[in-house]
Design a protein around this ligand. Structure first.
Ligand SMILES: [Zn+2]
Length: 162
């Protein structure tokens, strides 16, 4: 059974309930997409779809600077990581595995890879080695709250090493 409540070709690669689950991870993070099966690096994870919108809204993904796709069933719930395990092809609306993904692993993407401007900038706690700690769109400045947060991390870092 497909996750999307739309009449879609079941053989086209749209996500099924037997392969993925969209659920609340914990109260802080909100919804996430989990793989119920192992996915090999380099393979297509799933095809996605949604509604075309012309402003950035929560859960929308940028197709081009003036056009976005809002998928409130699947891809819109992908969580961010600075070291993600999937990437999105925003031309043919497909998701690809950047590395092997294990059963029950959360699918993560880098929001800055698709978005010029985020609906809302946020603090990142992805814990990856290359974590940027504050996530903004690829064409926007870190906002004041972000600058303050990054500054406070720097101060803590200096204190730790001193
Ligand atoms: Zn991060």
């Amino acid at each position: 059974m497909l996750i999307y409540p739309f009449d879609l070709d079941v053989n086209a690669g749209y996500p099924s309930r037997s392969s993925f689950v969209v659920k609340k991870q914990d109260s802080d993070v909100g919804y996430g997409v989990f793989s119920k099966k192992r996915i090999e690096r380099g393979s297509m994870v799933a095809r996605f779809t949604g509604h075309i919108v012309h402003t950035v809204v929560q859960h929308s993904l940028q197709i081009n600077p003036t056009t976005h796709i809002l998928d409130t069933h699947f891809a819109g719930y992908l969580l961010h990581s600075c070291n993600p395990n999937v990437c999105l092809d925003m031309i043919d609306f497909t998701i690809w595995a950047l590395r092997d993904i294990e059963e029950n692993e959360t699918l993560t993407m880098d929001y800055s890879s698709t978005e010029d401007v985020l609906f809302k900038q946020f603090k990142c706690l992805c814990n990856s080695e290359n974590c940027r700690h504050w996530i903004s769109g690829r064409k926007e400045r870190v906002n004041d709250e972000g600058m303050e947060y990054l500054e406070s991390l720097k101060i803590n870092q200096i204190r730790k090493t001193a």
